[in-house]
Design a protein around this ligand. Structure first.
Ligand code: SF4
Length: 374
């Protein structure tokens, strides 16, 4: 693992698990925030970084601070994590930010770091929906907060939107979308609400839209955003021209990315690895100097399956020439029969150059991709 890596660019994900409070719909791995705990955590991320010195000699094209709530990091902590990295001059460096933390003071400090893209956990512009989600920002303050980000030079802003919320109708969704569009974000990520069994809100009696209504809401969102000039480039993601999320594209293209932090998962072909999803076990693993914990070296077939699973999320789908160059055989040699079946029922489209999901397959992508690769 540690030798002869080509100097191709690398992506870097850094997981910050701390949150100010636990949102009722959340089933991510999170921890309650304390300043001292976060400081200790940053020490460990730095130690962990040192374990990957040979990987981190590679030029870094994208960096993503995700969580949790990475905007709990102060500028000095961000700089500690980024110090010594070989970051390309045009690297995309994203920080997920809680709207509550968008203040003049925070942005002023953030401007001293190379972070150049903000992903704002907005989720909705509807007060009742935000209350239900346990999100405490105020929709009426968002315009001002985004103007502040612009004032500090952030010209690449992504907003999260959750659909499939209780009592949501196409009318309420339309209002939300209109409010989002007024904010002129460069990028919008739309996620369907999913409540895992163990999250707080799953225990409530929720009047969630059924699957048919969820699909209608998804189609509605896709149409509204396309009409507003956004390119629907991935199942859940929409961008103005030139603003696709470069870091996430690395996942969908199966490009290498290193991950640091508790519970994070990395991919340095052909190895997938995962840090322990337990803070003490993560600290122990770093103390032992364990690089690539829980690593799994994927077989040729698994790599092809993962490549298809990720690549088909993109609207452009799989580039057949790239596939052939990468794997030294044609995609249709292995999957021709299944592709034809899925083409016949209108779920896949195959051209001379690409294999892609059709529009009608997007909302049920998991089952279509499963039918293809399994
Ligand atoms: S939804 Fe986000 S902010 Fe809320 S608890 Fe989960 S990770 Fe933290």
């Amino acid at each position: 693992m540690e030798q002869d890596f080509p100097a191709s660019p690398l992506g870097l994900y850094i997981h910050i698990p701390f949150c100010l409070r636990c949102c009722g719909y959340c089933s991510f791995f999170t921890l309650p925030f304390r300043n001292s705990a976060l400081n200790e955590y940053v020490d460990y991320v730095e130690k962990e970084k040192a374990l990957y010195h040979s990987q981190l000699n590679r030029p870094i094209a994208t960096i993503y601070f995700g969580g949790g709530t990475p905007s709990l990091l102060n500028a000095e902590q961000i700089m500690r994590i980024l110090s010594g990295l070989n970051i390309l001059p045009d690297a995309e460096i994203t920080l997920e930010i809680n709207p509550l933390q968008i203040t003049e003071k925070y942005l002023q400090a953030l401007k001293t770091t190379p972070v150049n893209r903000l992903s704002i956990g907005l989720q909705s512009m509807n007060k009742e929906e935000l209350n239900w989600l346990d999100r405490h920002h105020k929709p009426e303050q968002i315009q001002e907060k985004i103007a502040l980000c612009r004032q500090f030079g952030y010209q690449n802003i992504s907003l999260d939107l959750i659909y499939g919320l209780p009592n949501a109708t196409l009318q309420t969704l339309q209002k939300t979308v209109e409010k989002y569009l007024k904010l002129n974000p460069e990028h919008i990520s739309c996620y369907l609400l999913t409540l895992d069994e163990d999250c707080k809100l799953a225990k409530k009696n929720n009047s969630l839209p059924n699957e048919e209504m969820q699909a209608e809401q998804y189609e509605f969102l896709c149409n509204c955003l396309k009409q507003a000039g956004y390119i629907h480039y991935e199942i859940s993601n929409f961008a103005l021209p030139g603003f696709t999320a470069k870091h996430n594209l690395r996942y969908w293209h199966s490009d290498d990315y290193l991950s640091l932090g508790v519970s994070s998962t990395g991919w340095i072909s052909p190895v997938r690895y995962q840090n322990p999803a337990d803070l003490n076990l993560y600290y122990q693993s770093v103390d032992k100097g364990e690089a690539f914990p829980q690593k799994e070296e994927l077989s040729g077939q698994r790599i092809v399956q993962d490549y298809l699973m990720m690549g088909l999320r993109l609207k452009e789908g799989i580039d057949l020439d790239c596939f052939q160059k990468h794997f030294k055989f044609k995609l249709t040699e292995l999957y021709g029969e299944k592709i034809s079946k899925l083409q016949k029922i209108g779920m896949l489209s195959l051209t001379e150059h690409n294999l892609a999901l059709t529009e009608k397959a997007l909302f049920v992508s998991n089952s279509v991709i499963g039918d293809l690769i399994l």
